[in-house]
Design a protein around this ligand. Structure first.
Ligand SMILES: NC(=O)c1ccc[n+]([C@@H]2O[C@H](COP(=O)([O-])OP(=O)(O)OC[C@H]3O[C@@H](n4cnc5c(N)ncnc54)[C@H](O)[C@@H]3O)[C@@H](O)[C@H]2O)c1
Ligand SMILES: [Zn+2]
Ligand SMILES: [Zn+2]
Length: 381
C-alpha cells in the first residue's frame, strides 16, 4: 500500500455555524482515515435540497457547527486499514446511502437500504460516531450523512464510496452521487415504468426532472409535471415532460381532478419530489384505481404523517417511498454512468450553473430562488 501513515491535512471547508445562516469558509484540519475509511480530495460538489432542509432545521439542536454537502465527485487521497479495492488516485463518488454488499439487504435485489451501515442523520462517522474534522481552535465539526463534501478534503466510510469511470466529467459524476440517481432510479428500478405508461411528477427540481428522464428512457407516453414555478413549464420540455400543471392556475379544480381527467382515470405512476405531506396525498389522489403506484422521494422536513383515504387503498392503489430511488450505490451508479457515456441517459442538462467554492452561498440562493437545478461548486476555483 502506498499510503502507510497519512497525516492530518489543513484545508478549507464551508462551515455552517447555525441553522439557516450563510456558510463561512474556514481553515480546518481533516484527520487521516481510520479503519474502513477513505480520505477523498473533493473535485466538485453540488447542492441538493436535502442539504437545504437540514441547514434550515432550527428544531434539530446540537448538530452545528456542521459541514454539509452529499453530492460530490473526488479522488481518493489515502485509505485506512482494511480498505480493499481502492487506492490513492481513484475517481470516486461518495454517497449518503451505503452498500456493504454483505448484509441481508445488500444481498437482496428487493432492498437498497444496507442494514449493516444503516442510513441515519448522524453527527459523526458511522462506525465510531466521532468526527474527522476540527476547526482552527481544535473543536470538532460535525459530519452530514457521512459525506460532508463542502470541504476540500473529507473522510468517508468505505461502504459509502463508489469507484467511477475516470472518463465521466466531474460535474456529471457529482450528479450521480444523489439527485440524478435518485430520480432516474425511482422510474427505472423502483416503479419499473413500462412503455406507454402515464406518469405524474410533483416538483420539477433536479430529482423530479430526473424521474422524467428515467420515465422517458422507459418509454412513458405521458409525463405530467406539477410545479408552482411557471418557469418549470418550458424547462420541463427539455426533460420529456409532455404536460405541465401549475396548481395556482387551476381555479375551482384540484390538481388530482385535472390529472385524473388527463389520464382517463388517474396516472399509472405518481412521484412526489418536493417533501410536503399534503402534496404526497395529492399524488395518491391522482393515481389510478386498480394499479396506480405513488412513489415518495421528497423529504418531509418535520416528518409530518401522510394522510390518505383508507377506502381508496382498497381500490388497488399503493404507496411506497424510497431512499436513493431504489439504487444500490456500488452496483447501479456504474450502470447509470455507462448509460450516460453511451448517450442513453442525458445528464448535462441538469447542470444549470457553476460557481467557485468561495461563492458556495450563491448556490444556496440559486436553489432557493428556483433558478437552478444543479449548480456545480468547483473546489479549485
Ligand atoms: N429520497 C431520496 O433519497 C432523496 C434524494 C435526493 C433528494 N430528495 C428530496 O427530494 C426533494 C426534491 O429535491 P430537489 O433537489 O429536486 O429540490 P428542488 O428544490 O430543486 O426542487 C423542488 C421543486 O418543487 C417545487 N415545489 C415546491 N413546493 C411546491 C408545491 N407546493 N407544489 C408544487 N411544486 C412545488 C419547486 O418549485 C421546485 O421546482 C427534496 O425533498 C429532497 O430532500 C430525496
Ligand atoms: Zn441529495
Ligand atoms: Zn449492507
Amino acid at each position: 500500500m502506498e499510503d502507510k501513515c497519512p497525516e492530518p491535512i489543513r484545508c478549507k471547508a464551508a462551515v455552517c455555524r447555525a441553522a439557516g445562516e450563510p456558510l463561512t469558509l474556514e481553515e480546518i484540519v481533516v484527520d487521516p482515515p481510520k479503519a474502513y475509511e477513505l480520505r477523498i480530495k473533493i473535485v466538485c460538489t453540488s447542492l441538493c435540497h436535502s442539504d437545504v432542509t437540514f441547514w434550515r432545521m432550527k428544531d434539530f439542536p446540537g448538530v452545528f457547527p456542521r459541514i454539509f454537502g452529499h453530492e460530490a465527485f473526488g479522488v481518493v487521497e489515502s485509505v485506512g486499514e482494511h480498505v480493499e479495492g481502492f487506492a490513492a488516485g481513484d475517481s470516486v463518488v461518495p454517497t449518503f446511502l451505503s452498500q456493504c454488499s454483505e448484509c441481508t439487504d445488500c444481498k437482496s435485489s428487493r432492498s437498497n437500504v444496507c442494514s449493516k451501515n444503516r442510513f441515519a442523520v448522524r453527527a459523526g462517522m458511522p462506525r465510531d460516531g466521532t468526527s474527522r474534522f476540527r476547526d482552527a481552535d481544535g473543536n470538532p465539526l460535525h459530519h452530514f450523512l457521512g459525506v460532508s463534501s463542502f470541504s476540500e478534503y473529507t473522510v468517508v466510510d468505505v461502504t459509502q464510496v463508489v469507484k467511477v469511470d475516470p472518463a465521466l466529467p466531474p460535474p456529471t459524476a457529482c450528479l450521480l452521487s444523489c439527485g440524478a440517481s435518485t430520480g432516474v432510479g425511482a422510474a427505472w428500478k423502483l416503479a419499473k415504468v413500462e412503455p406507454g405508461s402515464s406518469v405524474a411528477i410533483f416538483g420539477l427540481g433536479a430529482v423530479g426532472l430526473a424521474v422524467a428522464e428515467g420515465a422517458r428512457i422507459c418509454g412513458a407516453s405521458k409525463i405530467i409535471g406539477v410545479d408552482l414555478n411557471p418557469e418549470k413549464d418550458e424547462l420541463g420540455k427539455k426533460f420529456g415532460v409532455t404536460h405541465f400543471i401549475n396548481p395556482k392556475e387551476l381555479g375551482e379544480k384540484t390538481v388530482s381532478q385535472v390529472i385524473v381527467e388527463m389520464t382517463d382515470g388517474g396516472a399509472d405512476y405518481c412521484f412526489e419530489c418536493i417533501g410536503l405531506a399534503a402534496v404526497m396525498s395529492d399524488a395518491f389522489q391522482s393515481s389510478r384505481e386498480g394499479w396506480g403506484k405513488t412513489i415518495i422521494l421528497g423529504v418531509e422536513m418535520h416528518g409530518a404523517p401522510l394522510s390518505i383515504p383508507s377506502r381508496e387503498i382498497l381500490h388497488g392503489k399503493s404507496v411506497m417511498g424510497s431512499l436513493f430511488g431504489g439504487v444500490k450505490p456500488k452496483q447501479d451508479i456504474p450502470i447509470l454512468a455507462e448509460k450516460y457515456l453511451n448517450k442513453e441517459l442525458e445528464l448535462d442538462k441538469f447542470i444549470t450553473h457553476e460557481v467557485a467554492f468561495k461563492d458556495i452561498n450563491t448556490a444556496f440562493d440559486l436553489l432557493l430562488q428556483g433558478k437552478s437545478l444543479r449548480c456545480t461548486i468547483w473546489m479549485d476555483k
